[in-house]
Design a protein around this ligand. Structure first.
Ligand SMILES: [Mg+2]
Length: 281
């Protein structure tokens, strides 16, 4: 074993890309819903029933983390199924959702993503590196704090603003936690804010749509887990957008764990962020 190194210095983009390659092979080997719907019989640390594909995907990421630890890097991993695992340094956190949008992956619906964030603290504000690979469109999103955000290797233009229709409503609003009962509870505010709704079924990919200004904003109608938004929220902010977690004292104060602490809201402007933060009932 070599000397101790801060995991903040590791080549995270390369690590994430290697996990993506493994995950792509695994999903290609299990193309049908019958194969992808197979459950392990366990529940993850976030409470969802674990699918065999979730567990396999997480295994690929932990193979990379084990190799990193073997090379002397220290960190703490926080993952959907396994929970928190100590690799020697509690000050550096690696937050993993092996498949955000497992239901989509199971059913063959395009958007489902690997989400990995690296942080030098406990909250969303502390994320320094963010990676989301959306397997449906085959898009790679990543960001580094203070340096910008990239989509498929192209720097995302942070100056692109939102679009509103003649009546002042946002042209396209992304919606997550789109249980019809929760949509019903927020329907008035949604009708006032948006001309059209889009519900992709993954918080990570939905945040990325705001980063590229494809969505004018997004809102989760119920509390989302920290692992779902850890990477996507930095990608939005480094791409010129704004994010808040309205149930937290600080806008970016949500913890980086598998607990569902607050809804997540993202927009292209602070004014719209304030407007959208009122939508979750
Ligand atoms: Mg997941």
């Amino acid at each position: 074993m070599s000397s101790v190194r801060s995991a903040l210095e590791a080549d995270w983009l390369r690590i994430c890309r290697r996990a993506v390659a493994d995950l792509e092979r695994m999903l290609a080997d299990r193309p049908s819903t019958a194969e992808r719907a197979e459950e392990t019989g366990e529940r993850g640390s976030g409470g969802d029933r674990t699918l065999v594909i979730d567990e396999a995907a997480e295994g690929f990421v932990f193979d990379e983390l084990d190799a990193l630890a073997h090379d002397g890097y220290e960190f703490t991993a926080v993952s959907e199924e396994r929970g928190e695992i100590d690799y020697g340094d509690r000050a550096v956190r690696v937050i993993i959702d092996p498949i955000d949008g497992s239901l989509n992956a199971k059913r063959g619906i395009p958007h489902h993503a690997l989400s990995i964030a690296v942080a030098d603290g406990d909250t969303m504000a502390d994320v320094v590196f963010a990676f989301v690979h959306d397997f449906g469109p085959g898009e790679e999103w990543w960001a580094r704090r203070g340096e910008g955000a990239w989509l498929n290797g192209e720097r995302i233009d942070p100056s692109v603003g939102e679009r509103r229709g003649r009546d002042g409503r946002l042209e396209v609003l992304g919606l997550e936690s789109a249980d019809p009962r929760w949509v019903a509870a927020s329907i008035r505010a949604l009708a006032e804010s948006a001309y059209r709704l889009r519900a992709l079924g993954t918080v990570a990919a939905s945040l990325c749509q705001v980063a590229a200004a494809r969505f004018d904003g997004m809102v989760s109608l119920r509390r989302a887990r920290g692992i779902d938004s850890a990477a996507g929220q930095l990608i939005v902010r480094e791409a010129g957008g704004v994010v808040c977690f309205p149930r937290c004292e600080e806008p970016l104060g949500a913890p980086l764990d598998a607990a569902a602490t607050s809804p997540v809201v993202a927009a292209r402007s602070p004014e719209t962020l304030r407007e959208l933060a009122r939508i979750p009932a």
